[in-house]
Ligand binder design. Structure first.
Ligand SMILES: [Zn+2]
Ligand SMILES: [Zn+2]
Length: 275
């Protein structure tokens, strides 16, 4: 196995008992990367044997709450469980610094309580925050991460990531409609993970705020078309809107199948894809 992708959370913003919030783990070359940190991310990390202290980097696709709402839990748990000062590297779009500043302010009382209580804990959370724009994010030890601009307007800017290792590539698109940046990331990738929406179902819900979500998410058809254009090997459907009921997988895969001949994975929490 060269690379592993684990869907930690496949849920959308509406709470669900079986689906945690948006978060995906990528392991390659002895490194562990977390992409987004939605609801219950720490519980799902532990389920695959990863404690926050074991993360090498956290990549954020965008700053919508459902993708970052448990980032504070990652920060606190990483800090409290580190026997020595350990820096948590967080990479995201512009305004990530602003979000992290507010997050650390919110944690201030907790940080003070723990520093006062534990004699051996003499440092606060150590974070290294980098705001990135489209282009190369880093290239270390054969692991390369590239970001491209995606289209989730009016949420701007948003990023998708392509993670490459030993000739293989995984794309974490985040929330986006089809666009040139996404096509660029997907070209020849092994795995393309896309947050998706069924517009046929969402249109039937008599609530405008819900129908509005059609504007800025890829439909299942669009995700399949992007996968086909990019010649990817495996399309992974995640963050499904609306939340699918039991046994819905075949229907969602069937819709994608009309536009994409490769492997299609219907994401459930802890679905793992190996390359
Ligand atoms: Zn979003
Ligand atoms: Zn989302």
């Amino acid at each position: 196995m060269t690379m592993e992708v684990v869907l930690l959370g496949t849920g959308n913003p509406i709470p669900d008992r079986d689906r945690a919030g948006a978060a995906t783990l990528v392991r390659a070359g002895g490194r562990t990367l977390l992409v987004d940190a939605g609801r219950a991310v720490c519980m799902r990390l532990v389920a695959v044997g990863v404690l926050p202290v074991m993360l090498d980097v956290v990549l954020l696709t965008h700053l919508h709450s459902d993708h970052i709402c448990d980032l504070n839990d990652v920060v606190t748990t990483q800090w409290v469980m580190s026997p020595v000062p350990k820096t948590l590297r967080i990479i995201g779009p512009p305004r990530t610094t602003e979000v992290m500043s507010g997050l650390l302010d919110m944690l201030r009382p907790d940080i003070e309580y723990r520093l006062a209580h534990h004699d051996d804990l003499t440092w606060g959370p150590q974070t290294d925050i980098a705001e990135v724009t489209p282009g190369a994010v880093f290239d270390e030890g054969g692991l390369r991460v590239v970001a491209a601009r995606t289209d989730h307007r009016p949420v701007e800017p948003t990023l998708g990531y392509r993670i490459e290792f030993e000739g293989h590539a995984v794309v974490l698109a985040g929330d986006t409609v089809p666009c040139a940046g996404l096509d660029e990331l997907c070209r020849g990738a092994d795995v393309y993970v896309q947050t998706v929406l069924r517009d046929d179902l969402v249109r039937m819900v008599p609530m405008q705020r819900f129908v509005d979500t059609i504007d800025y998410h890829s439909t299942v058809v669009q995700a399949a078309q992007t996968a086909a254009r990019g010649g990817v090997r495996t399309l992974v459907l995640t963050h499904q809107i609306p939340t699918p009921g039991p046994g819905a997988a075949d229907e969602w895969i069937g819709i994608a199948r009309e536009h994409f001949a490769g492997e299609i994975v219907f994401g459930e929490d802890l679905t793992s894809i190996s390359i």
